[in-house]
Ligand binder design. Structure first.
Ligand SMILES: [Zn+2]
Length: 385
């Protein structure tokens, strides 16, 4: 199969062994799952299903960033322990994804459970001269050390700086050697979660968590790294330079897969601050999860789109047509399976695959529709709850 690789900006045959090592950046559990999350993880699920159907074994790792400024802030606002908040939101997320028909990953490592390995990684980077510690307990990666920083996003320094600031990189923080140096370790305030370290009580930076969890579970080189396109810079850029500085092995990830953003009904990127989030749990109260999955798969994973409530009845209608065809009989649409295969092989073209199955449904080819729905993880039997 061919996949688009963000690093090379080309669509190329997937070069992967029989067992594909896949790492996908997971959630920060402080709020409910919205359609943007569902879009990313459902497409990653289709990828896993398709690779499996093609005879690969996929080792799918999706982390949980369960310690983070946002979690700490929301836990404080709600008056609960941050671990309790994370546990609640992880359970809601798992329930939403299961309802959408997504397979659970093989492993879902948590940042808080990986701190000893993260500390070893930070120590390794400091010892290698790729990172430096300040007296107040902050440890930064030294981006001057890594000329490849920017190779994934292809942003120049002028373009990096505003994005870095917007995404919490704090370019003006005192003591940094370079404005783009990013945190590996930071001191915690007395009421914040903290782990003992050589640099005092603190907690890890987000980027080093992902590099460490990926390498702990999958080794120094992974086949596919996925995530939302908003993570390309600086998060994935940072993951690459940290991992490669630590292991001396390149590339950290053979191929990078980025899922486009979903915007809200106002046409803006879904964000809590804009109040335009469409939560999966809310949508599920009036629309079948299988219809939501169809709505997601109607859009190619690299194509951004805007959610509109009017799209839901259309998706429900599509599900009804598939269901009716599936119940009607055992007819096959000639050539349809090959066409679906070809569509998925072509950079996971789910809209094309759906169009083939729509035509099969219209033609009353029940066997084809049942097969296609099974392949894509669309549940045709009515949900019991
Ligand atoms: Zn990540």
């Amino acid at each position: 199969m061919e996949l688009f690789d963000t690093r090379t900006r080309t669509t190329a045959p997937l070069r992967a062994p029989r067992t594909v090592r896949l790492y996908v950046c997971g959630i920060t559990p402080y709020d409910a799952t919205h359609l943007g999350h569902a879009f990313l993880y459902t497409h990653m699920d289709v990828l896993v299903r398709w690779l499996t159907a093609r005879g690969h074994r996929v080792r799918h790792v999706r982390n949980v960033t369960d310690v983070d400024d946002d979690i700490i802030r929301v836990a404080r606002e709600r008056g609960v322990d941050y671990r309790e908040l994370a546990a609640t939101e992880i359970a809601r997320f798992d329930e939403d994804l299961a309802a959408l028909g997504c397979w659970a990953p093989d492993v879902a490592p948590r940042a808080t459970a990986t701190v000893p390995a993260i500390l070893t990684a930070v120590r390794g980077l400091v010892d290698a001269g790729a990172a430096y510690a300040l007296d107040d307990g902050r440890v930064y990666f030294d981006v001057q050390r890594a000329e490849r920083f920017g190779a994934l996003s292809r942003l120049d320094r002028d373009a990096m700086l505003p994005q870095f600031a917007e995404k919490g990189g704090d370019p003006e923080a005192p003591g940094k050697r370079d404005a783009l140096d990013f945190l590996l370790w930071q001191p915690s305030a007395p009421d914040e979660p903290a782990w003992d370290s050589a640099w005092g009580p603190g907690r890890p930076g987000w980027h080093i968590e992902c590099s460490t969890m990926a390498m702990e579970e999958l080794g120094p080189t992974i086949d596919l790294h996925g995530g939302g396109s908003d993570l390309t810079f600086p998060h994935h850029e940072a993951e690459i330079v940290q991992a490669e500085e630590l292991t001396g092995q390149r590339p950290f990830a053979r191929s990078w897969l980025h899922c486009a953003m979903v915007c809200g009904e106002d046409g803006e990127k879904m964000a809590k601050s804009r109040g335009n989030l469409a939560f999966v749990a809310d949508l599920r109260t009036h629309t079948e999860s299988a219809a939501l999955r169809l709505l997601i798969l109607q859009h190619h994973y690299r194509q951004g789109w805007c959610y509109q409530a009017t799209q839901l009845p259309t998706a429900s209608e599509q599900l009804k047509r598939w269901r009716a065809a599936a119940e009607r009989g055992d007819q096959e649409a000639p050539g349809a399976r090959e066409e679906v295969h070809a569509a998925l092989d072509a950079d996971l073209d789910t809209p094309r695959a759906l169009a083939v199955l729509d035509a099969a449904a219209d033609a009353g080819a029940g066997a084809t529709v049942r097969w296609g729905a099974g392949l894509l993880g669309v549940r045709l039997e009515p949900a019991s709850a």
